[in-house]
Ligand binder design. Structure first.
Ligand SMILES: NC(=O)c1ccc[n+]([C@@H]2O[C@H](COP(=O)([O-])OP(=O)(O)OC[C@H]3O[C@@H](n4cnc5c(N)ncnc54)[C@H](O)[C@@H]3O)[C@@H](O)[C@H]2O)c1
Length: 256
């Protein structure tokens, strides 16, 4: 255990962002590239190839995989071989199943939905952390940012039980990693967005978001770049003393 100030890896550093074909993940990957990172954009949507191409072949690589697949972390590691070992990992891929724009009630949830949501929102992050923490530990520097949700922090007016449970568990995973690997120069933090204007945030239709916005003190739902900005901060050297924290990004809908 080295309690000295940790060495900051020199550029170009490597970052991994899951769920980066669009939305919060793409906004995060774009900002990391702008900050001089090489970024692996991981997504099951083939659109990820265009998203990465738009950022430039020197700076971005697409990894078109389902993060829920057990082999996904190895495929990501393979894709960035030859780059600096990854020092930033953003676990952002997530799903929130809807039926006609609404989450299933507890009594309607089938085992398959539970397993799918846990696999994508929680187990995939766990496996990515297991894959990339050893390299960060060797460097003595790492940043893990997990994209949780307001729904993992408090009650939700839109999310279902599977989603809420997965995001609350992701916060627990984050705190465990923060405790265990802080001494190795690795921080692990989370962001907990409220309603954000992405494809996921549009699932309930504009009427639902208008009603939602009326209950948010700032009077609107959030934008992907507003979440990405917080992720970039948590991934930065400036955030070295922030560990195991959750940044709520919800316009004041939930205040803790
Ligand atoms: N939009 C919101 O209102 C909101 C609120 C709170 C938290 N979040 C969280 O923010 C994160 C990003 O969501 P977003 O709003 O940008 O939604 P989005 O649906 O626009 O983007 C999610 C991305 O994740 C990818 N993805 C989903 N499942 C995947 C899998 N199994 N393997 C690989 N990629 C997968 C999708 O293809 C998509 O590109 C999610 O974790 C979500 O739970 C979103």
């Amino acid at each position: 255990m080295n309690m000295e100030a940790k060495k900051v890896p020199s550029h170009p550093r490597t970052a991994i962002v899951t769920g980066a074909a669009r939305g919060i993940g793409l906004e995060t990957a774009t900002r990391l590239v702008r900050d001089g990172y090489r970024v692996a954009l991981v997504d099951r949507d083939p659109q990820v190839k265009d998203s990465a191409a738009a950022l430039g072949a020197e700076s971005a690589v697409a990894v078109a995989v389902d993060v829920a697949a057990a082999e996904a972390p190895l495929q990501v590691a393979e894709a960035v071989r030859g780059w600096a070992p990854p020092s930033v990992l953003v676990n952002n891929a997530g799903i929130s199943p809807k039926v006609n724009g609404r989450s299933n009630g507890l009594l309607q949830i089938e085992q398959a939905e539970w397993d799918l949501v846990m696999n994508v929102n929680l187990y995939a992050a766990f496996r990515m952390c297991q894959q990339f923490i050893p390299g960060m530990r060797d460097m003595g520097w790492g940043r893990i940012v997990n994209v949780a949700s307001l729904a993992g922090r408090s009650k939700s007016i839109v999310a279902g039980a599977t989603y809420m449970a997965s995001k609350a568990a992701l916060l627990g995973l984050s705190r465990s990693i923060a405790s265990q690997f802080g001494p190795d120069g690795i921080t692990c933090n989370s962001v907990a967005p409220g309603r954000v204007d992405t494809l996921m945030g549009a699932a309930g239709g504009t009427g639902q978001n208008t009603d939602y916005a009326a209950q948010i003190p700032v009077g609107r739902i959030g934008k992907a770049h507003e979440v990405a900005a917080a992720i970039l901060y948590l991934a930065s050297e400036d955030a070295a003393f922030v560990n195991g924290a959750v940044i709520d990004i919800n316009g004041g809908f939930f205040m803790s």
